[in-house]
Design a protein around this ligand. Structure first.
Ligand SMILES: [Zn+2]
Length: 468
């Protein structure tokens, strides 16, 4: 009797400890009053309170609104104040601030800015040129160029899941300060993997270190340390890649969660099972996995970023994916589409990511639209695919309280396209206006940079942010 009571007590303690552990992860926000102003990223660092974004109000009227919530598109007017969506009005209303700037978007559709969950902003354009790959200045300029392709394609947020050194963090800051045109950048920093792991197959270790986009780790303590290094640099998410031992991935995921960051994992076959068991939040790519793993993903609410498009480009341009030790399985367009169908059938939350390595960003917006069409081929309706690109992607980014839908109070990341993309995805290519954080960054389909504003006098001139 006594031992039974003890067993019950121990079990109770065990389960409450388990739920406590689960609850503990990512619960930092419980300590933040919603009135406390924090950074607009998953880090939620407390910042000085005050208005943000450009002064004044912006009204988009005469168009249709696809708000990203899953509701059908409807006629309406969108009112933006500073960097926030203030309200959505019926088409015949004119209840907006008197001094608002009014933009007529008749015949066009207003939707939330698109999100890309898988970019590498600093990756070089060719695989062979190690000199360029190792050069920080060139890496920065490549990133600036890529940001332009993305924003002009209607993408207002990118998750960077592996880039060189400090570059993605500097790009994030410069975009946030509206000093260069581009989407918001949510960087992972370096991609963490083991010696011989994915992304390290074709280069010697010394070169991988110099290229700076991959952090080799060995053993649970070092995997934990590698996560801390990315957090220290400013990571918004942690990106891990197989191969790893169960202990290594457990340590890395636990550390990331305690720091308040989500974890996404590039893995295959049983490594996916291992990552899901360890508590990973998202699995990248359409790589093989068992039915048991899909069921566990569903049970634990693990999302997928299936990225069929980069492999389609690989199969079409190279004739196959050859020579990779992290892709040692039968790999084809058909198998990847089948995997996406299985994920949908299994009830897995799926988002849109393009993983455009090399020069492929120059194909934009084509690859992004094609990834949406892959979703349609796998069973999504066109509006559902657009919801995946906006609301679902914001959820996977851990930013759904601020991004992904057009609702009052959310950040003003808005896309206006000519046509009806919720009926015909190809209309997404007809980008007219892109607003990021309240700033019209793309006007008439191209980046619009206003003339600089000269400071009035030497004395009143304010120092650039990094000099303050
Ligand atoms: Zn990638």
């Amino acid at each position: 009797m006594k031992s039974k009571a003890l067993a019950v007590l121990l079990l109770t303690l065990f389960f409450s400890a388990a739920s406590w552990t689960q609850e503990k992860t990512q619960d930092r926000r419980k300590f933040l009053d919603p009135k406390t102003q924090v950074s607009d990223d998953p880090r939620r660092v407390v910042v000085k309170a005050g208005p943000r974004g450009p002064e004044g109000a912006l009204v988009l009227r005469g168009g249709r609104i696809f708000d990203g919530t899953g509701a059908p598109a409807r006629e309406g007017t969108l009112v933006i104040e500073r960097n926030r969506i203030a309200k959505l009005l019926p088409a015949n209303a004119s209840d907006w601030p008197k001094d608002a700037k009014i933009i007529d978007v008749s015949g066009k559709t207003i939707l939330p800015g698109l999100i890309d969950l898988h970019t590498h902003l600093t990756y070089p354009l060719t695989e062979e040129d190690f000199g360029v790959a190792m050069n920080d200045s060139d890496a920065t300029l490549r990133g600036v160029e890529k940001l332009r392709y993305f924003i002009e394609s209607g993408v207002t947020s990118v998750r960077d899941v592996g880039s060189k050194g400090d570059v993605p963090f500097r790009l994030k800051a410069w975009v946030a300060e509206n000093r260069i045109p581009g989407p918001r950048v949510f960087p992972a920093g370096a991609f963490i993997t083991s010696e011989g792991g994915h992304s390290t197959e074709n280069a010697p270790d010394e070169l991988i270190g110099l290229m700076g986009a991959t952090r080799l780790a060995s053993g649970p303590d070092d995997w934990r340390q590698a996560v801390r290094e990315q957090f220290h640099k400013g990571a918004d998410v942690i990106k891990l890649g197989s191969h790893f031992s169960a202990e290594e991935i457990k340590a890395a995921v636990a550390e990331a969660h305690e720091l308040g960051l989500k974890v996404t994992v590039d893995s295959e076959t049983f490594y996916i099972q291992r990552a899901v068991e360890a508590g990973a939040d998202t699995i990248e790519h359409p790589l093989p996995r068992s039915e048991e793993t899909i069921q566990l993903m569903a049970k634990k609410g693990v999302a997928a970023d299936p990225t069929l498009i980069p492999y389609q480009i690989i199969f079409e341009e190279w004739g196959g994916y050859f020579g990779s030790t992290s892709r040692r399985f039968t790999f084809s367009k058909e198998a990847n589409l089948e995997m996406l169908k299985r994920l949908r059938k299994g009830g897995i939350k799926c988002g849109i990511g393009t993983d455009l390595i090399l020069h492929w960003y120059r194909y934009m917006p084509g690859p992004y639209i094609r990834e949406l069409k892959n979703f349609v081929d796998a069973g999504w309706s066109v509006p559902e695919a657009l919801v995946a690109a906006t609301r679902t992607n914001a959820e996977i980014l851990d930013m759904d309280d601020r991004l992904g839908t057009l609702q009052p109070g959310k950040l003003a990341d808005v896309l206006v396209v000519d046509g009806r993309p919720d009926e015909n995805l190809d209309d997404l290519a007809k980008v007219d206006l892109v607003i990021r954080d309240g700033f019209p960054v793309v006007v008439g389909g191209r980046v619009a940079i206003p003339r600089h504003t000269a400071e009035k006098s030497w004395k009143s001139a304010s120092a650039p942010t990094e000099m303050k």
